[in-house]
Design a protein around this ligand. Sequence first.
Ligand code: NAD
Length: 490
Amino acid sequence: MDVTPTASHVSSRTTTVTAIAGDGIGPEVMQAVQRILAAASAKIAWEDAEAGAAVFRRGIASGCPQETLDSIARTGLALKGPLETPVGFGEKSANVTLRKFFELYGNIRPVRELPGIRTPFSGRGIDLVIVRENVEDLYTGIEHMQSAGAAQCLKLITEPGCERIIRLAFALTQAEGRKKLACATKANIMKMTEGMMKRVFERVAPEYPDIAASHIIIDNCAHQLVIAPEQFDVIVTTNMNGDIISDLAAGLVGGLGVAPSSNIGDNAAMFEAVHGSAPQIAGKDLANPTALLLSAVMLLRHIGDFAAAEKVEQAVLVTLEEGRNLTGDIAAKGQGVGTTAFTDQIIANLGRDSSEASRQYQPLKMPVWPDVVWHHPSAHREMMGLDVFIETEQRPDALAQSLQAAAEGTEFSLTMIENRGAQVWPARTGKPFLVDIFRCRFMLDVPSEGKPSDIASLMGRISAHHHWMHVEKLQRFDGADGYTRAQGEN
Ligand code: NAD
């Protein structure tokens, strides 16, 4: 697989960026950021675009009109304010639409202790980055009701999905001159899905001998983030793990209000504050623009304007350090000023250096992927059997009897029935709580290599007596089982 790194953007002339002001406090913080960037002589031309509440109200279910998608497709870059997620059935999140549409697979969340922002962790020197896979995992949104009272969500994790986020994390570690990369997974429980991330990480890591690579179980990672957050440099993780620990980590340094982020992919990158639209304070000149501003700093580095990025970042740090003219959420009690005055203060501080040492940033070298339908060939594939998911109120013994009769005379034998992951037939010790969905495992008497087994005839017989929801093939790839065993199954 070709993963030759190439430099992302190099900015010597003006770069056009799509600006989505968004909802609530979005327009105020966007205006503040645009003023500061202009004052810092950042070479950016803005192309205004719309998304969020007003778009939903016009009946566009994605919350994102075609003109906005076209604008980002053209510029490849967006700075985005918060978008209100509608509370109502059937509407999609505009944020998720943008992430999916542009395949923004890497969510990057720097978490750094900021001067003047007091937290229980102040003084620990927290300075880490969380790199979260942003499009796969439980967030593909593939959900099905299995019965009227049982819901299922597909956790989809792919090898290329893991490889590109892991390579991006290594590239980012290098670009920021960092030394350590930890991969956080739940591979001990979800051996195939979360285990995929761990296996790919361990395969790719030796290609980066200058970076200390380690694996950590995600729950311990959450614990360590609270106990000793300063030990972390860069953490790469799957989508849902990353969603949770990145908010946790933001809480260590002052909360979502000051947390920046980027969502990057091969063809586009979108930069946004982590906070929401704060409707209670919208339009009152109270919002803190720091998070969107630090997101814009990430944008400047992404397009290669390191000088402007450094200038703006230092002005923010000086302003926070001196503690004069801060917005109410971070100022000393009773001393808060408005968004406009805070913005003016940052502009006044442009060109000054804080006491914080600057990091030596290099251009991020994005991994390059061939534009093909990715396929992992296997030399030897066998079909071992079938898992049939059945909805029934029958008890396991009665269900087994009926399914054994259905399999009679076919190439399959019923070997196991489980309920929510635990084997219930053949019976095991303990009294399991049963719900109306059962996974019924039929193994082929002789594994099938190539010759399609007669699945239709078995399913026809099962259908005559049972309500089934779906069927999973049990396969073996190059001698390795492509399925897990139930709790208690031998
Ligand atoms: P929120 O982040 O808007 O507000 C949480 C708290 O933080 C509030 O007290 C708010 O006043 C304060 N706050 C947030 N940003 C601030 C800022 N820049 N300056 C000062 N104070 C700030 O979270 P919420 O109330 O849960 O969500 C409000 C709306 O935003 C919802 O519709 C939600 O779906 C949406 N949202 C959007 C995004 C996004 O677009 N990325 C992220 C989170 C929430």
